[in-house]
Design a protein around this ligand. Structure first.
Ligand code: ATP
Ligand code: MG
Ligand code: MG
Length: 557
């Protein structure tokens, strides 16, 4: 990994080490296991792991599993797999739920100090009395309960004596604070829900804003790095660490969220796409999840380079999708063999090529990387070309095949179109051509030139294959930045933005040398782009390729 660009968090760390404030940098990546990781998380992962490593420190992977209603072990598993695949190694694997006892004890400490109280108001009433940015909130009528009563009620909450929502534990801070997060925030709620890790042991769970600083302090995290939406929580973070008298004092620093154009970076929305079957699972190649990008054909290197380049400033701009694509092209340029595939085949018969003859051409696997060696490509009387490479009545400047015109077959011969065979409905089904043996590729022939070069596959040995061509799942001009969240009404708006043409399935052929491909093998198909063997639908008899990205790019670094 390249070292991080200079930025404000790095400056803080450098300063803290120099002043002796901390001896070793400890960070954490704290996902909630309520969905799969997406490209936005890659930034948080990269920042936490790379910054710590750069200063000889360490990083924990911690599951922030304090809300059992939405959490699942499927997500716990996938998150670990994705972090590893991205190329990061955690120091320790932790679960916030392992600290429930300690969190409970710290809450009791707050009650004893008169810093927390049990409130009987309903969640709605609490919201209503919280005030607004312009007006202060009002104190709960239960705010002045005695320490003894609060301790007893909290114990009863824990013992399961109340139903969900009947009571909460709130911090007692200041209902007129200009920071709404300090207006007696809820720190524990009742939820009679089975937890993936602690089972039925608990029926009260800590709120994220209370749990998170405690988790950081318990693990000895020095720099708690999170995305910018938590900035307003920082005062409460510091309050919790101080009032709970945690021996280690972590500090929170925020970085900008990564937003990519036409890309959803909200687990809630991605889960909706999965649940409503707009996609074929969390790892659908159109999903911006790490597992979706992997199945589409992205490499960890491409993703890391992309994240590095987008920087970690505090600004929250929208990154162009083309930039992500740029990095996979760059990564595969010298790694992927360059072969031929015909996606929408049209049969060509070379009438002057002997019927019982064939030959093999030796072809470089990657003209920019000679180390990848050569392969043999067969040629005979019948071949397939792309339907797009022939037109009966060509427009101006069309240099591919049309009646009377001659083109170069990549790595083979010049052929000239003499005849067009049609079915009863008038569709072109076959082209008849002649070839010129003098024009063989590599022979140095230069007596005449042609303007078009097209690719082809020998028909007698062609291997049938399926190609899946993708467009962004979300129509242009949309991203999470512009699509407001929270309301159900808006949920619908985002579903309205689904691109109905995001997947096109095409049948065609590949070279016989590629008969045996394995899932995740990557190729550059001449003129079509980079493709990856799909890990779900590809079978040994019938390869299925996902197009990762086309060859063309308008993106400039
Ligand atoms: P979502 O909003 O999609 O549910 P989240 O932020 O709730 O995501 P967490 O599992 O809590 O998901 O995220 C773990 C970490 O990843 C958090 O520290 C969060 O700040 C960070 N993170 C999530 N999304 C992004 C993003 N788009 N850019 C940068 N960091 C992100
Ligand atoms: Mg979260
Ligand atoms: Mg979130």
């Amino acid at each position: 990994n390249p070292s991080t660009p200079s930025n404000f968090i790095k400056n803080v760390i450098t300063e803290d080490l120099k002043s002796g404030k901390v001896k070793e940098i400890v960070t954490r990546f704290p996902p909630e296991p309520n969905g799969y990781l997406h490209i936005g998380h890659a930034r948080a992962i990269w920042i936490n792991f790379t910054l710590a490593a750069e200063f000889g420190g360490k990083t924990n992977l911690r599951f922030d599993d304090t809300n059992p209603v939405k959490e699942d072990t499927e997500y716990v598993k996938s998150i670990q797999e994705d972090v590893k695949w991205l190329g990061f190694e955690w120091e320790e694997l932790r679960f916030a739920s392992n600290y429930f006892d300690e969190m409970y004890n710290r809450a009791v400490l707050l009650i004893k100090k008169g810093k927390a109280f049990i409130d009987d108001l309903s969640p709605d009433q609490i919201r209503e009395t919280r005030g607004t940015l312009k007006s202060p909130g009002s104190n709960s009528p239960y705010r002045d309960r005695s320490v003894e009563e609060n301790l007893e009620l909290f114990e009863s909450m824990r013992a399961g004596k109340f139903s969900d929502g009947a009571k909460v534990l709130r911090a007692k801070i200041d209902m007129s604070s200009p920071n709404i997060n300090l207006r007696d925030p809820i720190i524990y709620r009742i939820s009679h829900t089975y937890h993936h890790n602690t089972g039925d042991k608990w029926c009260i769970y800590p709120m994220y804003a209370f749990a998170h600083p405690l988790e950081d302090a318990i693990e000895g995290i020095t720099h708690s790095l999170c995305s910018l939406e938590f900035e307003d929580q920082r005062p409460f973070y510091d309050w919790v660490v101080a009032e709970c008298e945690m021996p280690n004092v972590p500090h929170q620093y925020e970085f900008g969220r990564l937003n990519v154009a036409q890309t959803l970076t909200s687990k809630r929305k991605l889960k909706l796409l999965v649940d409503e079957q707009h996609v074929d699972g969390w790892d659908d190649p159109r999903m911006p999840t790490i597992s979706g990008l992997r199945r589409l054909g992205y490499t960890p290197e491409a993703i890391r380079n992309f994240i590095y380049e987008t920087g970690i400033s505090k600004t929250q701009g929208i990154v162009d999708l083309q930039m992500l694509e740029h990095f996979i092209r760059e990564d595969l340029k010298l790694k992927a063999p360059r072969t031929m595939a015909v996606l929408n085949p049209l049969k060509v018969v070379i009438t002057n090529y002997p019927e019982d003859q064939n030959e093999w051409f030796e072809v470089e696997n990657n003209i920019e990387n000679p180390e990848m060696g050569n392969r043999q490509v067969p040629f005979s009387r019948e071949i397939y070309i792309e339907q797009d490479d022939f037109m009966e009545i060509p427009p101006n400047k069309y240099f591919r095949l049309f009646p009377g015109n001659e083109v170069r077959l990549k790595n083979a011969y010049f052929i000239k179109c003499n005849d067009v065979i049609k079915d009863e409905e008038g569709h072109v089904v076959e082209i008849h051509c002649t070839y010129d043996p003098e024009t063989k590729s590599g022979s140095g022939f230069n007596a005449r030139k042609v303007k078009g070069t097209i690719h082809w596959i020998d028909a007698s040995q062609a291997v049938p294959a399926e190609f899946r061509l993708y467009e962004p799942l979300i129509k242009a001009e949309e991203s999470d930045e512009e699509m407001e969240e929270t309301e159900e009404k808006e949920e619908k708006t985002f579903l309205d933005q689904i691109n109905p043409n995001s997947l096109e399935i095409v049948q065609g052929f590949i070279e016989p040398g590629m008969r045996v491909v394995a899932p995740q093998d990557k190729f550059q198909f001449f003129r079509h782009g980079y493709f990856n063997v799909d890990s779900k639908y590809s079978t040994p008899g019938h390869p299925v390729f996902n197009r990762i990205v086309s060859l063309k790019s308008s993106f400039k670094m």
